[in-house]
Design a protein. Structure first.
Length: 136
């Protein structure tokens, strides 16, 4: 090989290696995790592999049922610390009088390491079950 061919060959190999590392495929979005919390009046229950172990929070009256905000706040904090393993979870504030209506969503605010985050709550049936999304 000539003296000139060696550097050219080296540059070609470097360019090929650089291009091989490039991809038109975007990086996958971070996985979001939801936890379904079943309603409960006494012992906590679980459903599915990602289920939280805290009880649901709905009132006992059937017409116009609403979630109990204080119970939900405690449940959300427990799920964030035990299931999502979020450390330094502070106050959780969920809005009062949220109707138990399948498919409805609302957000709770959470203090995580002193920073305000939101957690999406999605109602998954008329029986008081809901999903707790990861803090954003």
């Amino acid at each position: 090989m000539s003296r000139r061919a060696v550097p050219v060959l080296g540059l070609c190999c470097a360019a090929f290696a650089l291009l091989a590392g490039c991809s038109d495929t975007p990086a996958p979005a971070p996985a979001t995790k939801t936890v379904t919390v079943p309603p409960s009046t006494s012992a906590p229950a679980t459903t599915g592999s990602n289920a939280g172990t805290s009880g649901g929070s709905s009132s006992t009256s059937v017409p116009g049922r609403v979630f109990d905000a204080k119970t939900m706040q405690a449940d959300v904090k427990k799920i964030l610390t035990e299931t999502y393993q979020v450390s330094d979870v502070g106050d959780v504030l969920c809005p009062a009088n949220q109707t138990v209506k399948d498919g409805s969503t609302f957000t709770c605010t959470v203090q995580v390491s002193g920073e305000g985050k939101t957690v999406t709550i999605t109602v998954t049936g008329g029986d008081g079950r809901y999903e707790v999304g990861a803090p954003a």
